[in-house]
Design a protein around this ligand. Structure first.
Ligand code: T1G
Length: 675
């Protein structure tokens, strides 16, 4: 097999080139090629300097994550970077794209670094539950100081080349189109000069910065193991000699690598990318061109959906029935953009461009030139059928017709059109311009190119898309239902809303079932007859305890929407317990987990067996990006695997649930849902 590393002589400079698509990951072949190239360059007296660069879209984007958990082939990355730094002639890293993780560590081990202005450098390992394990935590603070090293390693966001230059992480900027030539020139200039080695510099202690950084990020880092380990390594770099710091880094890296959190976060890294693939459809299928999007409904969802496309530079025609609603909707879009601009995340020009690409109208006919039309109106099948019937006569041939419905039957909606192949669901999560998840609901007749076009468009509008089959609630909301049903039953049997919510928040969810209900609206799906009180929810709704929006739901809320347990809700629950004669008992945390989280896994197994999700990891992606399931637990199906499926089955049986056949089958065979 040919090596991904090739050597090119330019006079007395050896250029070492890596060509390992898609991101020049530092897999075994790359490491072996680099090792022999450096050895050759060092041994060859006619070589006076070396340049390391990469073909394709980026400099090394890190270690090859697919190699983790398997025996690591020699040379290991830490040894390789030490060898580069030990070279007795200048080695220059020529950086473009994103020098990330081990790629950034290779760069820091070089004597000099030159980058194009558009390049970025970063240590995203913490997002995989890890830390830079090849000297990054020791070299970065020596080159750029503790504050930037803390930010880069413990938060994991890349920095632009200019900031890296100002901080001393790189030495020069190259021309955007002359990286190799500029790197060669730089190399020749450095021949014969003393060799700067990051490991020989000193990292200056900065306890105030460490304390401030740790305090400022305490909430964000809550429950994660990796950020604290990154901070500890950076601090260690200021306290002990380099070699000792490296030992400490290695020890902390291995602890994280062997831990469940990193396995979970690496699982989600690949799961998110796998979700974009549709089994059985060729990768090279021609996509439809989406130049203009129509959105029907300028309410919260319609407005948020429109912003996704406007922010991606795709013009939107937004339709409402009443001028007042249309004006309110467009004003809300503008207000949201202006709020983003006020935070410095958009310029006034960008706001103007986005709003300039928005065409408000009262006429459905104005959607005739749209390539994709997304209906985001009232969640009622009759209303949706009426709209799709009209769209069938208005939309141009080839236009894709999508419904934002959160659980209704896409096949039924498609059936009112003469073009069911062009119809599918695009289920955005509120707030639609913020939440990353998009459930793409594939109807029985949805054409392959329609599906792949929408999946590709999802990436363009920076959504994480998951294909769902048609069923009540698709994937996420379908799994939410058993959780909510059981949570209500637990109230009847002695638990309180705050007790149940606390179990979920302690587990790592952003909120529990009742906090979520108050946020979404207790009255969602309520029959709206205050005289018909058949459940605790009916009783709350009848008293206009509709949640945060009425400052009362399962909790009472102050003006700042801070929740407090509600004596009135306790009374209502007590009344219902008495009325129904529900048997009371001491509800434990374990029971709450078994009766609210296990049934979700059970439902996930049914969804898989019915083919409503392509793979278990897709279900995990839905819950991470749609509901805030803690990424360090990897999603419901991965989490079930870590608990052991036998334990899940036993817990479900203990509480009288019907165990999904696929779940039982896997448990009996000692199998996992996720790899
Ligand atoms: N290893 C293996 N495969 C990788 C990979 C990696 N590091 N990065 C990306 N891929 C695959 C990815 O799965 C996808 O595959 C394809 O490349 C395109 O990726 C010792 C321990 C670089 C910003 O965490 O952030 O170094 O789906 O769709 O949107 O200290 O990929 O096509 O089959 O994401 O243009 C640290 C992770 C590793 C960087 C490009 N590095 N990658 O984004 O493409 S740990 C990272 C990214 C480490 C050392 C430590 C992004 C990207 P497929 P993509 P993109």
């Amino acid at each position: 097999m040919t090596s991904p590393i090739t050597l090119h002589r330019h006079g007395d400079v050896l250029v070492i080139v890596s060509d390992n698509p898609p991101v020049n990951a530092l897999g075994a072949a790359v490491r072996q090629g680099l090792e022999s190239a450096i050895k050759e360059g060092v041994a060859d007296a006619s070589i006076a300097a070396m340049v390391i660069r990469c073909e394709g879209r980026t400099f090394f984007a890190g270690a090859d994550i697919t190699e983790f958990g398997k025996p690591m082939a020699e040379p290991a990355l830490p040894a390789l970077v030490d060898m580069i730094e030990a070279a007795d002639k200048p080695v220059i890293a020529a950086i473009h794209g994103t020098a990330l993780g081990g790629g950034c560590e290779v760069a820091l081990s070089c004597h000099y670094r030159i980058a194009v202005p558009s390049a970025k450098l970063g240590f995203p390992e913490v997002k995989l539950g890890l830390l830079p394990g090849a000297g990054g935590t020791q070299r970065a603070p020596r080159l750029a100081g503790v504050p930037l090293a803390l930010e880069m390693t413990a938060k994991g966001d890349p920095i632009p080349a200019k900031r890296a230059l100002d901080a001393g992480l790189i030495d020069r900027l190259a021309g955007e189109d002359s990286l190799e030539a500029d790197a060669l020139r730089f190399a020749k200039e450095m021949i014969g000069k003393p060799l700067p080695r990051a490991s020989q510099k000193t990292a200056t202690p900065d306890p105030e910065a460490v304390a401030a950084f740790t305090k400022a990020n305490a909430r964000r880092f809550r429950s994660f193991d990796a950020p604290a380990a990154n901070i500890a390594c950076v601090v260690k770099a200021t306290e002990v000699p380099f070699e000792e710091g490296i030992q400490f880094e290695r020890q902390e890296f291995m602890k994280l690598m062997m831990g469940v959190q990193s396995a979970a976060q690496r699982h989600i890294f690949f799961a998110e990318r796998k979700a974009a693939k549709i089994d059985g459809i060729a990768d090279d299928i021609a996509l439809r061109s989406i130049k203009r999007v129509g959105v029907i409904g300028a309410g919260t969802m319609g407005g948020g959906i429109s912003m996704n496309f406007l922010s991606a530079g795709i013009p939107v025609t937004i339709v409402e029935m009443q001028q007042e609603a249309l004006d309110r909707g467009t004003a809300t879009i503008r207000k949201n953009y202006e709020a983003t601009a006020a935070k410095g995340r958009m310029t006034a020009d960008q706001v103007a461009a986005a709003m300039g690409a928005l065409t408000p109208t009262l006429k459905l006919d104005d959607l005739a030139d749209c390539d994709l039309i997304i209906e985001a109106v009232y969640e009622e099948m009759g209303v949706k059928k009426d709209i799709f019937g009209k769209l069938d006569g208005i939309a141009k041939p080839g236009a894709i017709l999508a419904s934002n419905t959160s659980y209704l039957d896409i096949n039924e909606i498609a059936a009112v059109t003469k073009r069911p192949g062009d119809v599918l669901g695009m289920h955005f999560f509120s707030p639609a311009n913020v939440m990353k998840l998009l459930e793409v609901v594939r109807g029985d007749k949805t054409a392959d190119d329609v599906l792949t076009t929408v999946m590709a468009l999802a990436k363009k509008i920076r959504k994480v898309a998951v294909v769902a089959g048609v069923c009540h609630g698709f994937i996420g909301n379908r799994m939410l239902m058993p959780r909510q049903v059981e949570a209500m039953k637990l109230l009847m049997e002695g638990a309180t809303p705050e007790q149940i919510d606390k179990v979920h928040v302690d587990f790592g969810m952003p909120m529990g079932p009742f906090q979520m209900s108050d946020l979404a609206g207790v009255d969602i799906g309520w029959h709206r007859d205050p005289t018909r009180i058949e459940s605790i929810r009916d009783a709350l709704a009848a008293e206009k305890r509709w949640g945060q929006k009425t400052k009362a739901g399962f909790y009472d809320y102050d003006d700042k929407r801070n929740p407090s347990p509600s004596p009135r809700v306790a009374e209502i629950i007590e009344d219902f317990r008495k009325k129904t004669g529900a048997k009371q008992h001491e509800v434990t945390t374990e029971e709450i987990v078994e009766r609210t989280l296990y049934p979700m896994v059970n439902e996930g197994a049914l969804i898989l067996a019915e083919g409503k999700a392509q793979r278990a990891s897709d279900i995990d992606v839905v819950w991470i990006y749609g509901y805030g399931w803690p990424v360090y637990r990897g999603g419901p199906m991965f989490w079930a695997d870590t608990q052991g499926l036998k334990k899940i089955v036993a817990g479900l049986e203990k509480h009288g649930f019907d165990v999904a056949p696929l779940l039982r089958e896997k448990a009996d065979r000692g199998e996992r849902f996720t790899s």
